[in-house]
Ligand binder design. Structure first.
Ligand code: SAM
Length: 212
């Protein structure tokens, strides 16, 4: 993700009603934010928010939280929400390393990881969002019957993610190495910004759905 210094992004975020500003204070009480008991699905590393916006519009009975580390990127999602406000979507600016401080046990029904940063150096493997270290974090707040869906065009990251499942105690429910030509797994697929970009270059899209 190219990071340009967007003037005033922190100020815009601080003033935005679409952003949950002290997410750790909501731990265990996320239903209050949405005013209903609908399931909550999250995308970690949301980027500019297209996937979250399209999912929230398509599934009004599900609540969505888009998590993004960088203000300059989150700003783009806020601008989209200002054009098309969705009551079932809110944003959090945070590093996912701290995610267990924000969600209580069983609080989240589904996790999406889309085109996560690959962190190619071995010494940075723990920073990869589908690593066993992150899977252990997700285990603490994902519902028992919850699912995690991961898409990427990066073969190395996908192979790594598959290898991490067994040591972390997760199981494969479904997997494809060419999502856009897999009729069953592609049904209802909503493209992310990166998915559109890389699939238009001819890259196959890898996807798994996992549970424990
Ligand atoms: N998911 C979007 C998509 O598919 O179009 C964006 C993909 S982009 C390659 C990865 C995004 O994840 C970036 O916006 C980056 O800032 C964010 N990100 C990476 N590590 C993160 C972390 N530890 N916590 C929160 N966001 C993170």
């Amino acid at each position: 993700m190219r990071l340009r210094n967007v003037t005033g992004s922190r100020e815009v975020i601080a003033d935005s009603r679409f952003v949950i500003h002290e997410p750790e204070k909501q731990k265990g009480n996320w239903k209050e934010i949405f005013g209903n008991s609908n399931p909550i699905h999250i995308e970690i590393g949301m980027g500019k928010g297209r996937f979250m916006m399209d999912m929230a519009a398509a599934h009004p009975d599900i609540n969505y939280l888009g998590i993004e580390k960088y203000s300059t990127v989150l700003l783009r999602a806020i601008q989209k929400m200002e054009q098309q406000e969705l009551p079932n979507l809110r944003f959090i600016r945070m590093d996912a390393e701290d995610i267990c401080e924000v969600f209580e046990k069983e609080e989240i029904a589904k996790i999406y990881l889309n085109f996560s940063d690959p962190w190619p150096k071995d010494r940075h493997a723990k920073r990869r969002l589908p690593s066993k270290e992150f899977l252990a974090r997700y285990d603490r707040f994902l519902q028992k019957d919850g699912r995690l869906e991961f898409k990427t065009d990066n073969q190395g990251l996908f192979d790594f993610a598959l290898e991490e499942l067994e040591p972390a105690g997760w199981k494969l429910e479904a997997v494809t190495r060419d999502l856009h030509h897999d009729e069953k797994m592609c049904e209802g697929n909503i493209m992310t910004e990166y998915e559109e970009k890389f699939s238009s270059m001819g890259n196959p899209i890898y996807k798994y759905i996992i549970y424990r």
